[in-house]
Design a binder for this molecule. Structure first.
Ligand code: COA
Length: 251
């Protein structure tokens, strides 16, 4: 397991921590591969009842590594590590808990739509969906799930305008279950994960399946549509100049 994605077992809880703090936990292809493997292992292991996701350092994650977007393989390949991870999210059968803090960008936010319980640090959390700003489109079925969760107008504000959302606002619109003191975030997330892990696992699995039922396969179809648009955008000038601008600002 890559050190940039750390896995720790605490009884029946598998903690998965993003650990590339110098790059704000921006997710590389290798990290997506490690995340996909972590979920596959957790799915297979009957001793794991809950997965808790979090990030080390100043934030949960700055989203996809923009250098990998510039140079990575095509998303058409189902074995693409990002695609593998994203496709696992809606079918993962055990409760997923996520603890977010700091700027949380792109996939860092869209993956929350597939989590069962989300805790956000009160002071530092900023949820940002800068897809259009970057010349890209929403992913991880967020174009379907976010309007369902927060309503189409609110979703447009978040996905088209890309303005940051703080923890209390994210809580008010249903993206986050609990707002917690920054200092107490991991303790509270562990206590929620432990409470889920203590419930009867078979009933938990069945209840989660009912809550996430997608009888017409809409999530997969929306992901297909998003991947097609995203792939076209990645080859476009709007993305190339936005990515260049991001890295030039840091020289
Ligand atoms: N891809 C690649 N590198 C990234 C990155 C990303 N998504 N996000 C941050 N980094 C790198 C920076 O280039 C910088 O590297 P350097 O130290 O070698 O210059 C380092 O991480 C720290 O980033 P910095 O911007 O200085 O940190 P910050 O705390 O001031 O700001 C963010 C944090 C998350 C607000 C800011 O980094 C950001 O906006 N990142 C881009 C987010 C993004 O557009 N993601 C894609 C979504 S689809």
């Amino acid at each position: 397991m890559s050190e940039q994605v750390q896995m720790m077992r605490r009884d029946a809880v598998c903690e998965v921590r993003l650990n590339r703090p110098d790059k704000r936990n921006a997710l590389t292809l290798q990290m997506y591969g490690a995340l996909a493997r972590a979920l596959e292992d957790a799915e297979r292991d009957p001793a794991v009842r809950v997965v808790l996701l979090s990030g080390a350092g100043a934030c949960f994650t700055a989203g996809n590594d923009l250098k990998d977007f510039l140079a990575g393989p095509s998303f058409d390949d189902p074995q693409h590590p990002t695609v593998r991870f994203v496709r696992m999210l809606p079918v993962f059968s055990k409760p997923l808990v996520c603890a977010v803090h700091g700027p949380t960008v792109g996939i860092g936010v869209t993956m929350l739509l597939h989590c069962d319980l989300v805790l956000a640090a009160e002071r530092s959390t900023r949820l940002i969906l800068p897809f259009v700003e970057l010349g890209l489109v929403p992913e991880a079925a967020s174009s379907l799930l976010l309007p369902r969760l927060v309503g189409p107008q609110r979703a447009a504000e978040l996905l088209l305008l890309g303005e940051p959302l703080d923890a209390p606002t994210a809580h008010a619109c249903g993206l986050v279950n609990r707002v917690v003191d920054d200092e107490g975030l991991m303790d509270e997330a562990r206590s929620v994960a432990d409470a889920l892990a203590a419930k009867p696992p078979e009933a938990m699995r069945r209840a989660k399946r009912l809550l996430r039922l997608d009888p017409h396969g809409e999530i997969g179809k929306r992901m297909d549509a998003e991947v097609a648009e995203f792939t076209a955008c990645l080859a476009g000038q709007e993305f190339a100049s936005a990515a260049r601008a991001f890295f030039e600002k840091r020289r």
